[in-house]
Design a protein around this ligand. Structure first.
Ligand code: XMP
Length: 324
């Protein structure tokens, strides 16, 4: 039997009972596979790695070593939430790596989107490998591979598309959710006690805010993206149902504004909200006018450097969901 093929008889996990049965079975398997050895896991705070972390903590406790790399491109509050949930509440063995300068120095002046993605992916692996080398006695690597990753991309997570860990750091893999679809991973995560805003979060690209700080990333514009994005997530998150994905992009462009009777140049924050089934095509979501006005007022008042707010009403095709 191919371990990377979902058996046709496998029941879809839709209820807490089915999730608990799956968790019990996986915990037993992980214990048998790992024994008293250690597992290393890159914990981004996304749904998949968070569910794997929670499952491994239940199975092997402090034999799990989580590494959370802050590359400076995460959304507002994300690194803090990873530390709070996993270290403080679940007692995980968590190493927090502040790699913000490393990433932003490498990205300085780079405007080509694919080049930016390559730098972020390669740097992530370098930082993670540096941390792994400092640790002793690690035999296994935990990974949040899910079934669509296996079906679509040779079992490699999208943001690892630059080649994986170096030769001298090859570990046996522990991938407890590799046969699950995303909706099942969420049901399992909920059953493991993870907070709703972690389990039901909207998709977020591996290169993070890096592809929303359009063009060459600067620290001040990246900060503006992060702040404006937090406002938009808070406000549009009040829609019921909330759109599939909603965020802010800020192009590398300035236009004229007026402040205290004087003209000055500022950035334009672009609000984007879309619905889709599979991200192959997408429809722009109608946002109520009062909500748009509230976001405009808050962004202009609360975010430094922005003097204009735009709403992107393009569908995919022809526009992609992200701006680059
Ligand atoms: P596009 O922009 O291609 O996005 O219409 C489709 C979906 O994929 C996400 N996306 C990415 N995810 N690495 C990722 O892990 C990436 O480089 C990347 N680029 C886009 C995007 O957020 C949307 O959900």
């Amino acid at each position: 039997m191919d371990p990377n093929k979902r058996p046709e008889t496998m029941e879809r996990i839709t209820t807490p009972e089915l999730a608990q049965a799956f968790i019990d079975e996986q915990i037993a398997q992980i214990k048998e596979q790992v024994g008293d050895k250690k597992v290393l896991l890159a914990l981004s705070g996304g749904v998949d790695s968070s569910v794997v972390a929670a499952m491994l903590i239940k199975a092997i406790g402090n034999q799990l070593v989580c590494v959370h790399v802050n590359h400076g491109l995460l959304r507002k509050g994300e690194p803090e939430q990873v530390i709070k949930v996993f270290k403080e509440e679940m007692g995980a063995n968590l190493i927090y790596v502040d790699a913000v300068d490393r990433f932003l120095d490498k990205l300085a002046g780079v405007s080509d989107p694919e080049q930016k993605r390559k730098i972020i992916g390669a740097e992530f692996i370098d930082v993670f490998a540096d941390e792994a080398k400092k640790l002793e006695g690690i035999d296994f690597l935990g990974q949040g591979t899910i079934y669509p990753d296996i079906l679509e991309s040779d079992g490699v997570k999208a943001h690892h598309n630059v080649g994986g860990l170096p030769e001298d750091l090859q570990f046996e893999l522990v991938e407890p959710v590799k046969l699950l679809y995303k909706d099942e991973v969420r049901v399992v995560g909920k059953q493991l006690g993870l907070p709703d805003n972690m389990v039901y979060r909207q998709p977020f690209p591996g290169p993070g805010l890096g592809v929303r700080c359009v063009g060459a990333i600067t620290r001040d514009r990246l900060e503006a993206v992060r702040e404006a994005d937090a406002i938009v997530r808070e406000e549009i998150g009040k829609m019921d149902p909330a759109p599939w994905q909603y965020f802010v992009a800020i192009p590398d462009m300035k236009s004229t504004g007026i402040k205290d009777g004087k003209r000055y140049m500022g950035w334009a924050a672009v609000i984007r909200a879309i619905n889709t089934v599979d991200a192959v095509t997408a429809q722009s979501v109608e946002i109520p006018w009062p909500m748009l006005c509230k976001m405009r007022d808050r962004i202009i008042a609360e975010v430094d450097g922005i003097n204009r707010v735009l709403w992107d009403i393009s569908d995919k095709p022809t526009s992609t969901i992200e701006w680059e």
